[in-house]
Design a protein around this ligand. Structure first.
Ligand code: 5AD
Ligand code: SF4
Length: 474
């Protein structure tokens, strides 16, 4: 069965899934009749932007087959789209599953589905089978396009439906998706990662790198724009190696140039850039392309050459700083943000000081700081020189303080300027205000109304409040 399925072309697979959607629609309609009400769903997303985009696929299919979205987990079909990049991501899911157990006791018909990166991790499915018998459906990252089929099976089955694959190189296009935001959207340009940074579990759970065809990406963005989207975020674990394995290879810089030509699109963002693959041509493309936002997320991970080597990052401090210099030369005022890990095995105070030095030298607009988390199966997990918890915590606090001081200072430099802001929504605390984002990703609040959502306005940045601005329409 499985081999046969794998031999379907992506187009055939997509058609097959639409057939399952028709079947699921009937099953849902039947159940609705029986209960005398609509069925509800809730999807909870953990982790990164990739998962957020995947969840939009799940929501698209659940809506298509007749479910309506519930505000919280008290729903008929509950899905957790999981993350496993750090251990606390796993722990959150186990905790929430515990809560759902008592909910399901009262509501035995509830369907609980689990998917995403954590399901690809060794031992997780076995643990669910043994200890979390209230779960109905488990699938992984490689077969999310089969969700309609799996939902159909689950609706008809009393037991647990499990479908987790080790690998898959097929990319299935054109399935339903329902966006969280009307005016902005993530767009996958590639899946997986081949880098095997020694601390990272992603290559094991997301599989080998594969790029989408440029024509499919452009067509998706054109459709999004026709549907009201003005900002896209091009998504990949390492966008700088986009297109290398395509039948007709294309660089990420050239893809940006193509996306930049799409009429009606206003802003292009991308995530994530690995420094080792960041080309001079990409810097040039950022300079040339007016729609590409002046923002680069460039994970540093560590400022110590010794640690970078053991992390298998393939760049050193000098190369990283050189990229930053070139970026600033080409795109003045570019915002640079980063990810940093503290407490990688064997990290000494000296290594940590190197990280602090880079943080000071670059002057990040913001930085995500993480405590190293041991992930089973990675090379770093086998290293026996783990740093004691209290030492790591102390370093983490010192880093956080440095990062926050610097980014508050950086944010201030725009005070008094007039800059374009894309309005994203009504302010959560004060509904006379709207909240939006500058090109560099900083948040701005200013007086406004709901009809402004999804449009770009020139706003005077009157007061910097550290991580956000208060402004007024210019
Ligand atoms: N421990 C801590 N942080 C990690 N990251 C990836 N793996 C780990 C780990 N094992 C961080 C990296 C990466 C970000 C998405 O998560 O900084 O850039
Ligand atoms: Fe993980 Fe490194 Fe791949 Fe990023 S580039 S997903 S940190 S292995």
């Amino acid at each position: 069965m499985r081999d046969f399925e794998l031999n379907l072309t992506p187009e055939e697979e997509s058609l097959k899934q639409y057939k399952y959607m028709e079947k699921a629609k009937l099953l849902v309609a039947e159940k609705e009749k029986e209960l005398g009400r609509k069925l509800t769903f809730h999807v909870t997303t953990f982790g990164c932007q990739m998962n957020a985009r995947d969840s939009e696929k799940l929501v698209g299919i659940l809506s298509e087959i007749g479910y309506v979205e519930a505000e919280d987990e008290r729903a008929d079909f509950v899905i957790y789209n999981t993350c496993t990049v750090r251990e606390n991501a796993d722990n959150k899911v186990w905790g929430r599953l515990g809560y759902l157990k008592s909910y399901k006791k009262q509501n035995p018909e509830t369907i609980i589905g689990l998917c995403g990166c954590m399901m690809q991790e060794q031992g997780v499915v076995e643990k669910i089978e043994k200890e979390y018998k209230h779960v109905n459906l488990v699938f992984g990252t490689h077969n999310i396009y089969k969700f309609a089929e799996l939902a159909c099976k689950t609706l008809q089955s009393k037991g647990l439906v499990v479908d987790v694959w080790k690998e898959n190189d097929k990319i299935v296009e054109d399935l339903p998706m329902k966006r969280k935001f009307s005016f902005k959207s993530g767009v996958n340009i590639m899946f997986g990662c081949d880098n095997f940074c020694s601390y990272c579990i992603v290559p094991y759970v997301r599989g080998r790198e594969k790029s989408r065809e440029p024509k499919d990406i452009i067509r998706e963005i054109e459709r999004l724009v026709a549907d009201g989207v003005c900002e896209v975020m091009l998504l990949g674990q390492n966008v700088n190696s986009y297109g290398k394995n395509l039948e007709h290879p294309m660089s990420f810089a050239d893809l940006l140039r193509e996306v930049n030509k799409i009429e009606g699109l206003e802003r292009i963002r991308f995530m994530t850039s690995h420094p080792k693959d960041l080309s001079d041509d990409l810097i040039l493309a950022m300079k040339e392309c007016d729609k590409v936002c002046g923002h680069m997320h460039l994970p540093l991970q560590s400022g110590s050459d010794r640690i970078l080597e053991i992390m298998n990052r393939h760049y050193d401090k000098a190369k990283y700083l050189d990229i930053v210099r070139k970026l600033r030369e080409a795109v003045p005022d570019i915002a640079i943000t980063t990810d940093i890990i503290v407490g990688f095995p064997g990290e000494t105070e000296e290594d940590f000081q190197e990280t602090l030095n880079v943080v000071k030298e670059v002057g990040y607009d913001s930085a995500f700081t993480f405590i190293y988390s041991k992930r089973t199966g990675t090379r770093a997990a086998k290293m026996d020189n783990q740093v004691p918890t209290d030492v790591v915590k102390d370093r983490f606090n010192r880093l956080l303080e440095e990062v926050q001081t610097i980014s508050a200072e950086r944010a201030k430099r725009h005070e008094g300027k007039v800059m374009p802001v894309l309005v994203e929504g009504i302010n959560e605390h004060d509904n006379s205000l709207v909240t939006g984002r500058l090109e560099n990703n900083l948040v701005v609040h200013f007086k406004g109304t709901e009809d402004m959502i999804g449009k770009i306005y020139n706003v005077k940045l009157s007061e910097c409040k550290g991580f956000y601005y208060l402004g007024e329409l210019a």
